[in-house]
Design a protein around this ligand. Structure first.
Ligand code: C2E
Ligand code: CA
Ligand code: CA
Ligand code: CA
Length: 282
């Protein structure tokens, strides 16, 4: 866990990505990496702001490269998306995260801490007809109810909003899994679609909380965002909470769920398990 946030290799710098040769090499490495089990999931808690209780966790992928060490997702997700490898990666994440959740539920030391798993879904996943089947199959195989899974989708992925996407979203909705807009406010920032999309949660981009730390007068603005989310009948989750003050301010304007370094960094399985055991019974 020490490596988190440190010594992030800028191997796959966006500029050098334009080199087709390098891109091909990364793709080859990544394809091999997925098969050779070099991908690893870290888990970050999502907590109830009022109590600090864990109500879920987000699975965040890293690539444990045999030569280059731990590589952060920003360095290889874009490559995976550009090449179609993202489908295989997405399936691996889905399968691995839900198997992990089932293990925590089976373990007497952690089964009281019942919560849901959040995974990040890319635009390409939504365009694949098999995605809904994959989700259904994994839930069935692990014996988990649909509400133990929440899919995080970025505005960009949803707003492409062609008919197939919408069909996929509706199918997932009917299946009963949770759907959440991720990075809300970071990109297109159109309020209109909040009421129209079949989602039940909104994760507000961490840029807003960051601004709050610099300028407390931002609080009123954040309260307005929270108000809009609530008035659409959605649940708001606030990410990027790094201090007790930020957590308290958000709580004071009626925010209920949060995520960030203040509550816990993304942790490898063993460390997250220790954290779960320590908070048992809360
Ligand atoms: P995201 O979905 O917005 O995930 C949150 C990112 O913010 C994570 O970065 C997390 O480590 C970081 N973070 C959490 N709390 C704090 C905080 O308090 N302060 C700050 N400054 N940062 C915080 P990470 O793990 O590097 O992931 C980056 C992005 O990569 C994710 O952004 C997501 O878009 C993508 N990603 C990660 N895992 C997957 C995956 O399995 N599939 C796909 N398609 N994308 C993924
Ligand atoms: Ca996310
Ligand atoms: Ca986010
Ligand atoms: Ca993001």
């Amino acid at each position: 866990s020490k490596s988190e946030g440190r010594s992030k290799l800028k191997l796959f710098d966006p500029v050098t990505l334009h080199s087709r040769q390098l891109q091909r090499q990364i793709v080859g490495d990544l394809r091999e990496g997925i098969r050779a089990d070099q991908l690893v999931l870290y888990y970050q808690p999502i907590v109830e702001l009022a109590t600090g209780n864990i109500e879920g966790c987000e699975a965040l992928v890293r690539w444990n490269h045999p030569v280059h060490g731990l590589i952060m997702p920003d360095q290889f997700i874009p490559v995976a998306e550009a090449t179609g490898l993202i489908a295989e990666l997405g399936r691996w994440v889905l399968r691995t995260a839900m198997r992990q959740l089932r293990q925590w539920r089976d373990d007497p030391a952690t089964q009281q801490t019942v919560f849901s798993m959040r995974i990040n879904v890319s635009a390409a996943d939504l365009q694949s007809l098999e995605f809904v089947d994959d989700v259904r199959d994994v839930l069935l195989a692990e014996g988990l109810s649909p509400d133990s899974l929440v899919l995080e989708l970025t505005e960009g992925a949803i707003i492409q909003n062609n008919e197939l996407d919408r069909y996929t979203l509706m199918s997932l909705r009917r299946l009963g899994v949770g759907l959440e807009i991720d990075d809300f406010g970071a990109g297109y920032s159109s309020m209109g679609y909040l009421r129209k999309l079949p989602v039940d949660r909104v994760k507000v981009d961490r840029q807003f909380v960051k601004d709050l730390g610099k300028d407390p007068s931002q609080l009123e603005f954040l309260a307005a965002i929270q108000q809009v989310i609530r008035s659409c009948g959605l649940e708001g989750v606030w990410e990027g909470i790094e201090t007790a003050q930020e957590a308290e301010l958000l709580r004071s304007i009626g925010c209920t769920s949060g995520q960030g370094y203040f509550f816990g960094r993304p942790l490898p399985e063993a460390d997250f398990l220790a954290r779960l055991k320590a908070t048992r019974g809360h």
